[in-house]
Design a protein around this ligand. Sequence first.
Ligand code: NAG
Ligand code: NAG
Length: 420
Amino acid sequence: MVGRFEVEQYSLSKLRQFHERVLSFGDKFVKIHCKLWVSESISALVVIGLFLSFLLAMVCTYFYVFPSYQPAIRTYRVHESSDLVGKCNVFDGKWIPDESYPLYNASQCPFAERGFDCVANGRRDRGYQKWRWKPKYCEIPRFNVHEILGKLRGKRIVFVGDSLSRTQWESMICLLMKGVADKRDVYEINGNKITKRIRFLGVWFSSYNLRIDFYRSVFLVQPGPAPRRAPKRVKSTVRLDRLDDISKEWIDSDFLIFNSGHWWTPTKLFDMGCYFQAGGSLKRGMGIPSAFRTALKTWASWVETSVNRNRTRIFFRTFESSHWIGRNRNSCKATRRPWLKTKGRDHSRISDIITDVVKKMTTPAIVLRVTSMGAFRSDAHVGTWSDNPSVPDCSHWCLPGVPDTWNEILLSMMLSEDGL
Ligand SMILES: *[C@@H]1O[C@H](CO)[C@@H](O)[C@H](O)[C@H]1NC(C)=O
Ligand SMILES: *[C@@H]1O[C@H](CO)[C@@H](O)[C@H](O)[C@H]1NC(C)=O
């Protein structure tokens, strides 16, 4: 399968060859005619005129003779599954109070990191844990841990992305651990502790032969050093045309769940001396949205060429709403109750690009559109109840909390659509 880039590049190089052919022919043409009508400058103009009309005629003939050349831009089939057309759109709905939540106690789950265990970090109000997502036209199936564990026997689930992916990974393990009687049956395969910068964490549910992994890859594409002779302020790069090297470790899986978004900001990139690179050259003028789109296209063509469609199901989570407020969007105050309105947080450029790129893929991938459901949940962020209360946090979520809902939806899709 050729990615759109390659198709375009191929067409370009064909066009170039064609131009070269026409030009070299034209050269000879000019030389012959120059011998006939030498010295007169007017005749030179005539020659140029002749040459241009000849060129035009050639190009027209070419397109007439080879009309198949024209569709240089390939069109893709739009995938209904990414829209859940014909079924209920589970991402369109509202939060309703539900006393049966939360689904687990973070203090009893060794895989909920301390930074996200808001209760353990002093949060007193508990209302934020007692909301259930209700889609407009259907229900998310009730979370039945034993049924789910049974169906996931022998599978490998891999989360790839930034810390928001790690939260979802932790949430899934805590949800599923409720169904395991002997907690010692569940362990990190290298005995590693969860830390912010760790690149890989793999948890083994030994009695179910089930593995749930997390790979940290905040851009999904390959970070790299500054190229030689780059300006001083360039300290590192993000290589938009190459998928992260560790992708070879996550390819062999049954479910791949991606995210990326929170690191595509000027403060995390340019202010740190990190610039974009593609095809060996630095792209200093490139804006963040177009860089993100380029990276996602790299991801998409990697999926098209490398993923075994018969085995691996692909999911991509959209931008997880944050609730920074104030003029510079730098203050954070977790509320006691969800906002009644989304205040624009339900839209995100990043999410639009994800939806757009996935739509054009030929390998089916499901977009988990969590942006608008999260937009209401100003109450569910870590706030000052993290392991570092001096730095408030309106990006990450408390556990248990919103990431559990992502997982309830994800699990229902994982188990229904693959016909288990
Ligand atoms: C959660 O677990 C901790 C530690 O076992 C316990 O002290 C606490 O009461 C539990 N919280 C709830 C709401 O059950
Ligand atoms: C995938 O499934 C199709 C149809 O069942 C089959 O023809 C094909 O060989 C399979 N490919 C791989 C790589 O297993």
